[in-house]
Design a protein around this ligand. Structure first.
Ligand SMILES: Cc1cc2nc3c(=O)[nH]c(=O)nc-3n(C[C@H](O)[C@H](O)[C@H](O)COP(=O)(O)OP(=O)(O)OC[C@H]3O[C@@H](n4cnc5c(N)ncnc54)[C@H](O)[C@@H]3O)c2cc1C
Length: 507
């Protein structure tokens, strides 16, 4: 069955060498990478009197600089560039650990009263700098909020606290209730339910189960002033705009998500996959479009360009399409029949079992690796996932790869199509460079500038599931156009002192 293996949580976050503690220059360094004017401002120190209040309100307060740096590290490539250059990526802060909603409310009230910024921190698996405490202040560690609060069996809705890690979550709901959420990000064992919601994430089987925003039934959120609000809690609604969705993807800038209610699915009793090779990536994209528009919704519909087909499946002369599904046998077989018919029109049949097995073996390992490239101190590897319409995707693929490859120092740009819809799909680009160590930040920003120029020019969307953080902050205004002033107004209304995760989402 596709969704039953587990990987173990807890492998090293950021297995890179750390620079000397408390070196000056975090602001210049982060600004150089993100291009955001926020970094010119002073970091906020937490006075001793406030530390005392926090210690009384929370489970623990960590002030030791080395422990704080260790406890705020994330998976953003630019953080790694900064730290391996010997510069801390964020200013000094303190970590406040909590294990209940009441504690979150108390911390927010203290922060509000004393104007201390609060950056929520969970699995720290984000790849955008989203959880870095740019303004110093408080890092609010919510990993202690890990309780299962209840299961409504008839409605198939589970209620959990936001800090539950993905592997623990799935193990429990599978073993105790025979259920799955169907949300399988590659990082599921190092990320939390709240982090999924905060970043608007996607799992590998999203074509059948949806993205996280399709799975949330309701949630409780603590606002900047410490108030607790309950959002959603209905299958669909017509009571004004969808306030629940406004908080999904807000990356800790609008509130702290404390409790989440999620819709579950019964465990699948059947699973099967087919695989085809296509002469061009565009031919493969066309097959994906036909599959989706003819009504099939396979759990995974993944098309790899020939570079990635070579690395992943040792098939460098083709563009591999894997169609895998799980669920009730009748629906799985019906969808695969549509997919097989579409693929056979222009594709070449591959060894289904071998491709599927290889994908199952490697699907939690890809993304941040630079497999196939020699190790080098100047190696930079990152991933860029965007979403666009079918009509634009072949050109976007060609132009992004060409734009990244044109930057001196680039080793390769490649992509796979990872999540598909009736109207479009997500292309997941891998970009790798090998440059002089001191040129890494410049190369990195040039690569992102070049790729995002193509995406914005085609009217496509910058991110499908990794989110914004610091990485995409410089492009937000141009990308959202008039919508950006709405986002700004919402932020100002909910967090007038700009205390919640300041500097993120381009705000
Ligand atoms: C190897 C690797 C593979 C990955 N694969 C995927 C993938 O397949 N799909 C995918 O979607 N993502 C993927 N990611 C990205 C990452 O795992 C997700 O963004 C994840 O949702 C982050 O969750 P987290 O618990 O680690 O949150 P963190 O990194 O701790 O926080 C991320 C952001 O959310 C905010 N936040 C966290 N919890 C809360 C809360 N309770 N309330 C308010 N704000 C909060 C933080 O302030 C921060 O802004 C991958 C990352 C890695 C390193």
């Amino acid at each position: 069955m596709i969704s039953k293996e587990a990987v173990k949580r807890g492998y090293n976050r950021g297995n890179y060498t750390v620079g000397a503690p408390s070196q000056p220059g975090w602001a210049a360094n982060a600004g150089e990478i993100s291009g955001d004017s926020f970094f010119g401002t002073e970091a906020v120190a937490v006075p001793q009197a406030v530390l005392d209040l926090l210690a009384a309100a929370a489970d623990s307060v960590t002030t030791d600089a080395a422990a704080v740096r260790e406890g705020t590290r994330d998976w953003w490539a630019a953080s790694m560039i900064a730290e391996t250059s010997g510069r801390p990526v964020a200013p000094e802060s303190v970590i406040v650990s909590v294990s209940s909603t009441e504690q979150v409310q108390a911390v927010m009230r203290i922060s509000d009263a004393h104007n201390i910024p609060v950056t929520v921190s969970a699995g720290r698996s984000n790849v955008t700098g989203a959880a870095l405490p740019l303004a110093g202040g408080i890092v609010l560690d919510i990993c202690g909020m890990d309780k299962f609060l209840g299961f409504d069996e008839q409605s198939q809705i589970i209620e959990v606290e936001a800090g539950v890690f993905g592997d623990i979550f799935e193990e429990k709901i599978q073993a105790e209730y025979g259920m799955t959420l169907g949300h399988w990000p590659s990082s599921y064992a190092i990320s939390t339910v709240g982090g999924w919601v905060a970043c608007r994430g996607a799992g590998q089987l999203s074509t059948r189960y949806g993205k996280i925003e399709d799975m949330v039934f309701g949630m409780d959120v603590v606002l900047a002033n410490g108030d607790l609000v309950t959002l959603g809690n209905s299958s669909r609604a017509a009571v004004g705009p969808d306030l629940l969705q406004m908080f999904i993807g807000s990356e800790g800038t609008l509130g702290v998500v404390t409790t989440i209610r999620l819709q579950l699915h019964r465990l699948p009793d059947h699973g099967r996959a087919i695989a085809y090779g296509f002469e061009t990536f565009a031919d493969g994209l066309e097959a994906c479009r036909q599959i989706m528009q003819q009504g099939a919704t396979p759990a995974a519909l993944r098309l790899y360009d020939n570079l990635e087909s070579g690395v992943q499946f040792n098939l460098p002369d083709t563009n591999v399409l894997l169609v895998a599904d799980e669920g009730a046998k009748e629906s799985v077989e019906a969808g695969l029949e549509i997919s097989e018919r579409v693929c056979a029109e222009t594709g070449i049949k591959l060894d289904d079992e071998a491709i599927f097995e290889r994908w199952l073996d490697t699907r939690y390992l890809t993304g941040k690796s630079a497999e196939g490239f020699k190790s080098s101190p100047g190696l930079v590897a990152d991933t860029l996932e965007m979403v666009g319409r079918w009509k634009d995707l072949p050109a976007i693929y060609d132009e992004v790869v060409a734009a990244v490859n044109a930057i001196p120092g680039t080793l390769a740009g490649s992509a796979h199509q990872s999540h598909a819809y009736v109207d479009g799909a997500c292309l997941y680009f891998s970009i790798r460079g090998d440059i002089a160590v001191e040129e890494r930040a410049t190369w990195y920003r040039s690569a992102w500038d070049a790729a995002n120029e193509v995406i914005i020019r085609h009217g496509a969307t910058l991110s499908h599931h990794h989110g914004v953080g610091l990485l995409r902050a410089p492009y937000m205004e141009e990308s959202l156009g008039g919508g950006f002033q709405v986002l700004r107004a919402v932020k100002t209304a909910l967090d007038p002192k700009n205390l919640l995760n300041p500097g993120k989402l381009g705000l």
